[in-house]
Design a protein around this ligand. Structure first.
Ligand SMILES: *[C@@H]1O[C@H](CO)[C@@H](O)[C@H](O)[C@H]1NC(C)=O
Ligand SMILES: *[C@@H]1O[C@H](CO)[C@@H](O)[C@H](O)[C@H]1NC(C)=O
Ligand SMILES: *[C@@H]1O[C@H](CO)[C@@H](O)[C@H](O)[C@H]1NC(C)=O
Ligand SMILES: *[C@@H]1O[C@H](CO)[C@@H](O)[C@H](O)[C@H]1NC(C)=O
Length: 346
């Protein structure tokens, strides 16, 4: 029996994966932790059993309350905070987590120096505000930075310099251009995760560190990939460039011939043929392009006992391909495939 099973999809769902944003890990356990300490501002909870945390999320706050010394984890999300005064965090220079998501903070209302003394900050969550420029300077100890859903059009080249422990950067749903990211990502030697989807990028950004394992750039205006771009990212495992403007002419030969890559999403582009991919690739998403030819050479240069494609999931629905376009000997090259989706009919 052929291990290749062909699933036929006649109805295409046009739904896009919804941006899912949760507070898992930031759940407010204040009511479980007993009474508040004496120095806690009204409206907030500072559990005596967990004195390093202060919970002020979802309290309709218009400004940042006084923060008693000793707080390391500060939850201020889901309020109506509009500004940050220079001395807002003066009592808590040892702050580790600062969570400001879902407020109304504009860049012009962040006073200079507000973040300067936070030398131990590891996690800065500043999504869904009204920032037109990132806040800074950022602590050298930063591990995670999220500024999703603001109005950032550029990241200054010196903002993240020397942040040796910065592991994940989330900048999706902004107005970033390719030029706006010039130099911004250089030298981040611990960066594993970079999400720049839903921006205005015309190209994948320059200077992405070699440590990156996940690069998400879907929903931009990317029309081409520079030769050897991916060869310079030897740890890259997951690459998403769906919902862009890639045509065959924008993809140099061998662009995706990278042995580290596990998942490649090129769905919703303008490709007319299946690009050549490395045989280690496991998931390839090519649905909704303009592909009319199924060429096994894209997956297997040589087929033999030890030479075959590791692809498990291959989506080709929403192209000009049907079941009869799949070559009869596909199952030999694609012997690991658990899913191969093409349209039932033209
Ligand atoms: C600093 O802590 C003191 C004592 O808890 C408090 O009264 C004051 O409002 C705090 N200041 C700031 C800027 O948080
Ligand atoms: C980076 O992390 C390491 C290990 O946790 C720590 O020793 C070091 O001080 C951190 N670097 C900075 C600049 O905080
Ligand atoms: C793919 O990369 C491998 C190893 O880097 C190389 O040997 C091979 O020639 C390349 N194939 C193509 C089609 O570029
Ligand atoms: C075929 O597999 C062998 C053994 O893993 C490997 O050395 C060789 O490079 C493969 N050939 C191709 C063209 O990938």
């Amino acid at each position: 029996m052929s291990p290749l099973s062909i699933l036929l999809l006649s109805i295409l769902s046009g739904s896009v994966l919804c941006q899912y944003y949760d507070y898992e890990g930031y759940l407010d356990p204040s009511h479980l932790l007993g009474p508040s300490g004496p120095n806690c501002p009204q409206n907030c909870d500072c559990p005596m059993n967990f004195p390093s945390a202060m919970y002020c999320d979802g309290r309709r706050l218009k400004s940042i309350p006084g923060i008693p010394p000793g707080v390391k984890y500060l939850y201020l999300q889901n309020n109506q905070i509009e500004e940050i005064k220079a001395g807002a965090f003066a009592n808590v220079t040892d702050l580790r987590w600062l969570i400001l998501d879902n407020n109304r903070i504009k860049s012009s209302k962040v006073e200079k120096g507000a973040f300067e003394k936070l030398a131990s900050l590891e996690r800065l969550l500043f999504s869904y505000n009204d920032l037109s420029e990132p806040v800074g300077p950022l602590s050298k100890s930063l591990v995670e930075l999220k500024m999703i859903g603001n109005k950032l059009s550029m990241i200054p080249a010196n903002l993240m310099v020397g942040l040796e422990n910065l592991t994940s950067v989330h900048l999706q749903e902004n107005e970033l251009t390719t030029e706006g990211l010039d130099g911004a990502l250089e030298g981040l030697k611990s960066l594993h995760y970079l999400d720049i989807s839903h921006n205005k990028l015309g190209k994948l950004p320059a200077g992405v560190p070699k440590s990156v394992q996940m690069l998400y750039a879907d929903n931009n205006k990317i029309a081409s990939i520079a030769k050897d771009y991916l060869q310079n990212l030897p740890q890259l495992q997951y690459l998403r460039i769906s919902h862009n403007e890639l045509a065959d002419s924008g993809i140099p030969a061998g662009a995706f011939n990278v042995s580290s890559l596990i998942e490649l999403d090129l769905s919703y582009n303008k490709l007319a043929s299946i690009p050549e991919v490395n045989e280690n690739l496991e998931n390839l998403y090519l649905q909704v392009n303009e592909i009319s030819k199924f060429d096994l050479g894209s997956f297997c240069k040589i087929v033999g006992p030890v030479n075959y494609s590791k692809l498990r999931h291959l989506r080709l629905d929403g192209n000009h391909l049907t079941r009869s376009s799949v070559p009869f000997d596909a199952s030999n090259c694609l012997r690991q495939a658990a899913e191969l989706t093409v349209d039932a009919t033209d």
